[in-house]
Design a binder for this molecule. Structure first.
Ligand code: F6P
Length: 506
């Protein structure tokens, strides 16, 4: 059934972008949507423009048929109902419940956990732990990328505390953070779903040693744990009153909305964190209630599938024309590549065709002066997402923001139109796709909707490919071998042995 749909998709005419615009006067209206957040009171607006991609009516109709054949509506209903959508680990994936959208009991539980987090955040900000100027948040992967991105994006106008997110086991990372903090006014947040991750636990121990070396009176009194394994945090020594739990059914790379978002709430205050959740909830409701290509994350997934499967694109690029979103490509790398970088379907059978492309990107306009040459004239076709905000994030002369946005829109136009030239070195082939996501302003709510959009886009892609996006067994083998090396007694291949010897580890 799906083979026939893919065959039909492969057989469809593939007009150029210019031909698509010339052939359909309604194209912009069909593929550019203003998404308003909030019903009674507006929380902002985001424009999603997919008109400079090669999606046309025929492709959309075929992709809608594919979504039907893959039971997109059923899979989506299962996600929101809190059913087991991660069969290899026997778990639900209830990140939307954190935002108030999902199974009633899970929404209630998330709310209870949020009340505890809000109470602790407010108490600490009022001085319950003494003076807290700095917060060192140790975590890795999903326990770090989201908090780092959100703090960087939203705390521009002054953070209530100075947040340092430390993830890497390389001591250089922690030393840099420690140098910037005063031990007497620093608190430690240990963020780990499992509370066993070697990098995080090692970094946490080193912060505790730093407290002790600097004669901080009650080092354990400075610690908060953010985890789905509270019993392990207790064993480690964290006081139960300062353990902020979240549910096992919230995946690591989907956990920013849970207590893992603690440093964001500390930086912004709880009301802004609540607005961030509300923005994501608006996207959840849209995704849950909208059918076909009007569903924005599903429409984006149609384009993603078009480029990977029909045009052989091995990468997709994301350029934030906003310095505050500089960490977004890093965040999306984990979200998309850890979720959909798989070779087998949820039932264990091989996936036909390529799965997740490599997500990469950077910040505009910097990237224009570094990698855009390849986008315009290279031999790889790279679908690009541009993300920008209409309202500036700075108070400097308005030239800065005007030039920033002009450049962003110019790049999309240039990629599409190209330019003929007698001189081959100066010719631009054009017909290169891009999508643009334009926020009216970068607020906690629009940012929440933007991140939730990408979560749902990732899920929609997974459904279209038959993949389980919620496990990540591919990360385990390397971890196990690192443990064997630590333990000693195992002989590895000659190259690895030589490297171990050279580093004095063997
Ligand atoms: O190694 C991958 C991973 O399991 C990610 O999926 C996760 O976000 C990260 O490690 C951190 O895990 P934890 O929150 O349990 O420390």
């Amino acid at each position: 059934m799906t083979d026939a749909i893919w065959d039909a998709l492969k057989g469809l005419a593939k007009p150029s972008l210019t031909e698509l615009f010339d052939g359909d006067s309604q194209r912009l209206d069909k593929l550019s949507t203003r998404f308003e957040l909030g019903e009674e009171e507006t929380l902002g607006e985001i424009r999603f423009d997919w008109s400079k991609t090669h999606l046309d009516d025929a492709h959309i109709a075929a992709f809608e048929e594919l979504a039907g054949a893959m039971d997109f509506a059923g899979r989506r209903a299962a996600l929101f109902a809190g059913e087991i959508v991660n069969p290899t680990e026997g778990r639900a994936a209830e990140h939307t419940a954190q935002r108030g959208v999902g199974k009633e009991e899970s929404v209630q539980l998330a709310l209870d956990y949020h009340h505890k987090t809000a109470a602790i955040v407010e108490a600490i900000l009022r001085g319950a732990m003494g003076e807290v100027k700095h917060l060192i948040h140790v975590g890795i992967g999903g326990s770090a990328l989201g908090p780092a991105l959100a703090v960087d994006a939203l705390a521009e106008e002054g953070s209530l505390v100075d947040v340092h997110v430390v993830s890497n086991i390389d001591g250089v990372a922690l030393e840099r953070a420690l140098r910037a903090c005063d031990p007497q006014t620093t608190m430690l947040a240990i963020a780990s779903k499992t509370f066993t991750t070697i990098e995080t636990m090692t970094n946490a121990e080193s912060v505790m040693n730093w407290f002790r070396e600097n004669e901080v009176a009650d080092p354990y009194g400075r610690v908060v744990a953010l985890t789905a394994s509270p019993e392990k945090a207790v064993e480690w020594g964290v006081d139960e009153t300062r353990i902020l739990p979240f549910s096992e059914s919230v995946g690591g790379r989907y956990s920013l909305w849970s207590s893992i978002g603690f440093p964001v709430a500390m930086a912004l205050g709880w009301p802004d964190f609540a607005e961030f959740l509300a923005g994501a909830a608006a996207m959840d409701e849209h995704f849950r209630d909208t059918d076909g290509a009007d569903n924005l994350p599903l429409r984006a997934a149609f384009a993603d599938q078009y480029y990977t499967r029909l045009r052989g694109c091995q990468t997709r690029a994301v350029f934030a024309y906003d310095q505050r979103l500089a960490l977004l490509p890093d965040y999306l790398q984990q979200l998309e590549m850890e979720s959909n970088g798989k070779s087998v379907k949820a039932d264990g059978t091989p996936v036909e065709g390529p799965t997740a492309p490599i997500t990469w990107g950077g910040v505009g306009t910097d990237a224009q002066h570094a990698v855009f040459q390849l986008l315009h004239q290279g031999t790889n076709l790279v679908p690009v997402d541009f993300i920008a905000c209409i309202a500036p994030g700075d108070d400097l002369a308005e030239d800065h923001h005007r030039i920033l946005l002009s450049n962003c829109f110019a790049q999309g136009a240039a990629l599409m139109a190209g330019k003929a030239s007698e001189d081959a070195a100066r010719a631009y082939p054009g017909d290169r796709p891009s999508a643009t996501i334009l926020l009216d302003d970068l607020t906690p709510a629009t940012f929440g909707a933007l991140v939730a959009f990408h979560e749902h886009r990732t899920f929609a892609n997974a459904v279209l490919m038959g993949i389980n996006p919620f496990d990540q067994f591919g990360v385990e083998l390397g971890k196990a071998i690192a443990k064997q090396i630590e333990k000693g007694g195992t002989t590895f291949d000659p190259s690895t042995e030589a490297l171990l010897q050279a580093a004095g580890i063997a």
